[in-house]
Design a protein around this ligand. Structure first.
Ligand SMILES: *Cc1c(COP(=O)(O)O)cnc(C)c1O
Length: 489
């Protein structure tokens, strides 16, 4: 560069003051560890104050602002108004709690910031290792393929997409569903998760072709009804493709007869997909494992690591028994993504060949660190502990005449309601709805709700490693207090 040339002003987003940024980073770390250590002392959830809500209606920032000030706003307006799922008394929907290690791993992963779409880089080997461990812990063959995804919804979508591709009997990638072939039909119980419906809609199958098979008293798929549905669809000239089994339904944690479903699929030549979002992880506990025997026979298996493995959001996994079918359903390699034999574009681990995302984050690290730090035996004990807690809550409910349990406690979910003593002309649905809202608003506990046979119930789903037995005593005591309070007002 000659002296006469204009000096370019080059900018970067790296800090000007590295030591100041280092100090801020240390402060953030300390604050977050304090925050997690003291979570039990705070309310589970609080209504969001109006000024906080309003603080998110600011105009687009044009000018820079010091990082410390931005962090201050995080402390004031964000940190203390969470969903609450890291709290020991959060049991809403099926939501995981995260861990300290998981939080730290997220920072390390973001610092490295690799793109896991492909390429010969060690983060890809970390993901492959996590997938291998997932196969081992669920008794799945090592030859299977898999993918870490955002969660159970994406895992179900990918599994069903492979099913559709592998069993369509025509080239679905080329011809699509518009080429006048026999309509494809899918089967699963009426208790399936909404993500299955979304996948069926998105895959162009349409809800009319998803047979919602009735369930028995224990909310498990009725095998006879399933068989007749398959038979009559075949007789009508349709093409049955796939049966979806539940390892832990979202309403009651019911587990379908997974062996019997595998037998039916084998006999009928159908793809067998299992939605084991949380229930599949029961396989980690030697005492619970027999309840999910059969998941290892699935052609594709979807489950979450952010629910019952307590890894922070987001991370789910899909495993596919037939690697070739999995890759062929998705692989698409234009010139600009061609795999090389050497260099960074080499290696065999191109995860973008197994799903719809090209750019992918380093989700694997938080799982890899968690597997190593806790070991699957401890995970098994934590899962068992949650199941024991569900049994305990079930007993507390059964022993209290003012409460009524509305479903068997199958695994880690308890559905019950307040019914008071000899109440007449009281709308129990409205009463329990109000109890739930007050539990939330008073920051006591977060169950969620569902509707079983027309009855609104409080639903406690335990995937929480921070819960203690005494927390369930608190819940029962407070439900009774609120129920009486609402009745007397
Ligand atoms: C949570 C859940 C899903 C969806 O998983 P996400 O991780 O929320 O996408 C699917 N099926 C069942 C049974 C679930 O509990």
């Amino acid at each position: 560069m000659s002296d006469k040339e204009e000096i370019r002003v080059e900018e970067t987003l790296d800090p000007q003051d590295w030591s100041g940024m280092r100090a801020l980073g240390h402060r953030m770390l300390d604050d977050m560890i304090d925050y997690l250590e003291s979570v039990r002392e705070r309310p589970v959830w609080q209504p969001i104050p109006e000024p906080v809500r309003a603080s998110f209606e600011q105009p687009l920032p044009l000018e820079p602002q010091p990082a410390g000030e931005v962090y201050q706003e995080f402390l004031e307006n964000i940190l203390y108004h969470p969903m609450g799922n890291i709290h020991p008394r959060f049991w809403g929907w099926v939501i995981g709690t995260g861990t300290v290690t998981g939080m730290l791993a997220e920072m390390l992963a973001a610092g490295m910031n690799p793109n896991l779409g492909g390429g010969d880089q060690v983060p890809a080997y970390v993901e492959a290792q996590v997938l291998d461990w997932c196969k081992q812990m669920l008794g799945y063959p090592q030859s299977a393929s898999g993918l870490l995804v955002s969660g159970g919804s994406m895992a179900n979508l990918i599994g069903l997409a492979v099913a559709r591709y592998a069993r369509a009997e025509f080239d679905i990638r080329q011809e699509g569903l518009q080429s006048g072939h026999k309509p494809l039909t899918f089967y699963g119980s009426s208790e399936m998760h909404s993500s299955i419906e979304k996948a069926i809609e998105l895959l162009g199958i349409g809800m009319n072709a998803l047979r919602l098979i009735p369930v028995n008293q224990a909310f498990q798929i009725d095998l006879q009804a399933l068989q007749s549905a398959i038979d009559s669809d075949r007789a009508a000239g349709l093409q049955p493709v796939c049966v979806i089994g539940n390892a832990g339904t979202v309403n009651t944690a019911a587990i379908d007869d997974l062996q019997a479903l595998a037998d039916i699929c084998e006999r009928e030549g159908l793809w067998y997909h299992v939605d084991g979002a949380f229930g599949a992880l029961a396989a980690l506990s030697p005492e619970l494992q027999p309840r999910v025997t059969g998941i290892q026979r699935a052609d594709s298996l979807a489950f979450d690591l952010h629910k019952w493995m307590y890894v922070p959001y987001e991370i789910g996994c899909v495993l596919v028994r037939d690697e070739d079918a999995h890759r062929r359903a998705f692989s698409l390699t234009p010139d600009y993504l061609a795999h090389a034999t050497r260099g960074l574009a080499g290696g065999n681990l191109w995860f973008s060949d197994y799903g719809i995302e090209l750019s992918r984050g380093f989700k694997a690290l938080k799982a890899w660190m968690s597997f190593k730090e806790y070991g699957t035996q401890k995970y098994g004990r934590m899962i068992r502990q949650n199941v024991d807690q569900a049994q305990y809550l079930g007993r507390l409910v059964d022993d209290e005449p003012r409460l009524e349990r509305l479903a068997p406690v199958s695994l880690n979910i308890v559905c019950f309601r307040f019914k008071g003593m000899n109440l007449q002309d009281v709308d129990l649905n409205a009463l329990n709805q109000e109890i739930l809202i007050r539990l939330h608003e008073q920051g006591i506990a977060v169950p969620s709700y569902t509707n079983l046979n027309g009855n609104y119930c409080l639903r406690v789903a335990i995937t929480n490693h921070r819960s203690r037995f005494e927390d369930f005593e608190v819940l029962v005591k407070e439900v009774l207090r609120l129920g009486d309070e609402i009745l007397s007002s």
